[in-house]
Design a protein around this ligand. Structure first.
Ligand SMILES: *Cc1c(COP(=O)(O)O)cnc(C)c1O
Ligand code: SF4
Length: 448
């Protein structure tokens, strides 16, 4: 089971970080292999969806012989089919005609707003207040876990083409979650003794310089909050720029990690790993080892994406390799209802088949993973799978996280539906009008 891990590599470790975006990607030597049409498609789609990659991804992870089908290529380079054909044509026509950028921006803005930039009520329902002030850099949906979006961490080492954090990157007006003050985070946690976990997220908080990140994390350590047990950092650095943890630059970050674990807090690096190839380089493996030496735990999670990792082989290999290298498989997510969803979406039943076929093949130590899970308005809903109950074919579901914690762990049932790709497309089974949580949820959303 190593086929997917093999990558032809170009050169050794890069001597410096080099970013590529819509403005300079033609400088990538391998891009010469793309046709003119392919390059134009990148130009068009990159106007709407964020595009940024780097020399490590280009030289060490992408298999250019397999382009355009290579999953790591698709993960990083915009693809024509990610836009609705009418939207694609609208932008393409303007670019071909050399239209002024103000005109292009107007069309691009309209398309972006049509792509559901804030799914699952992120903006309306999860932003808490402290003494009457809305804390834009914090989201608090599940009692025990507070999400923190440090303002310096709202970008990424390289952008995934599916990234649902894109409103942060593309600077849509008034849509950017950002917060500078670590003190506000500490004050909020003091007021919320139920919150034992803080999850630093973004973007990618490890894009931030270590001394900046340390401002936030040291403030948490020094506050000695009695309720705080765990700091998590969600990051793709191990996959996209493992040198963040290596050499001199890495030492400073690892020292920060050690301060967290020395303070008696659990530190978890939530590694975003979408494909087994990302674990195949010497640099990624060494990074994982260095992180674990600090006492931090590495947990791995990823969405299931058509054209990237929609095969049970990819997942079985990924989970087995994670366990072998010392990372704990954590979540398989269902692609969210945002951005280029149609390009990546996998129906729920198909997602379950892929999950089950991979899950049954890996040892118990890899079955720490949960999914396929939808991060939806009411909570994280896991597809347990199809079942026959009496005369009815149903889809069994279960809350892994709920806006009301009491919903968690209570199996419930939807009508079997092979096409549905998200919770809101499912209907309750057994002739019920509503799912058991719907009235309560409506009540919660009605509150100011
Ligand atoms: C997934 C998620 C969390 C963390 O949930 P765990 O089950 O504790 O990993 C917290 N907040 C939001 C909004 C999430 O989607
Ligand atoms: S690694 Fe995460 S934050 Fe970065 S682009 Fe991909 S999904 Fe977005």
């Amino acid at each position: 089971m190593t086929a997917l891990l093999t990558r032809p590599r170009i050169g050794g470790a890069p001597d410096a970080y080099r970013a590529y975006s819509a403005h300079n990607y033609w400088q990538i030597p391998q891009v010469e292999r793309l046709s003119e049409e392919q390059r134009f498609a990148i130009d068009v789609v990159a106007k709407v969806l964020p595009f940024k990659t780097n020399n490590y991804v280009v030289d060490q992870l992408i298999d250019w012989d397999a382009v355009p089908d290579d999953p790591i290529f698709i993960l990083n380079f915009p693809q024509a089919d990610m836009l609705d054909p009418a939207d694609f044509d609208a932008v393409a026509r303007l670019l071909r005609a050399g239209a002024p950028s103000s005109q292009v921006d107007e069309v691009v803005d309209r398309i972006r707003h049509s792509l559901n930039p804030h799914p699952a009520g992120q903006l309306e329902h999860n932003v808490p207040t402290l003494e009457g002030v809305r804390l834009q850099g914090i989201q608090h949906k599940y009692p025990e876990t507070v999400l923190f979006f440090p303002s310096n961490g709202q970008t990424c080492h390289a952008y995934c083409t599916f990234c649902f954090r894109w409103p942060q990157f593309v600077g849509m007006d008034g849509m950017k979650f950002a917060m500078r003050e670590a003190e506000l985070l500490v004050a909020y946690l003091r007021e919320h003794p139920e919150a034992s976990n803080v999850l630093f997220t973004g973007g990618d908080p490890l894009v931030m310089r270590t001394d900046r990140l340390a401002l936030y994390i040291d403030a948490l350590i020094e506050a000695k909050l009695p309720n705080l047990t765990t700091i998590r950092i969600g990051s793709k650095a191990m996959s996209y720029w493992p040198y963040r943890f290596l050499g001199e630059e890495g030492e400073e970050l690892l020292a920060l990690f050690r301060r967290v674990t020395d303070a008696g807090l659990h530190l978890a690096l939530m590694a975003h790993i979408n494909h087994p190839a990302e674990l195949s380089t010497a640099a990624a493996r060494e990074a994982l080892e260095r992180i674990r030496e600090t006492g931090a735990q590495v947990r791995a999670q990823s969405p299931l994406m058509k054209n990237i990792n929609d095969s049970s082989d990819a997942w079985a290999e990924m989970w087995a390799e994670e366990v072998r290298l010392g990372a704990i498989p954590y979540y398989m997510f269902v692609a969210r209802d945002t951005g280029a969803k149609h390009y990546f979406e996998v129906p729920l039943v198909r997602a379950w088949e892929i999950f089950q076929d991979a899950y049954k093949r890996v040892p118990g130590l890899a079955r720490t993973v949960r999914g396929p899970s939808m991060s939806a308005g009411p909570g994280k809903v896991c597809v347990l799978g199809p079942a026959q109950v009496g005369n009815e074919r149903v889809l069994a579901l279960n809350f892994l996280q709920g806006r009301n914690p009491d919903w968690v762990g209570r199996p419930f049932f939807a009508q079997y539906d092979e096409q549905a790709t998200w919770l809101d497309e499912l209907r309750p089974a057994f002739g019920e009008e509503k799912f058991f949580f719907e009235d309560e949820l409506a009540g919660m959303f009605a509150q100011p």
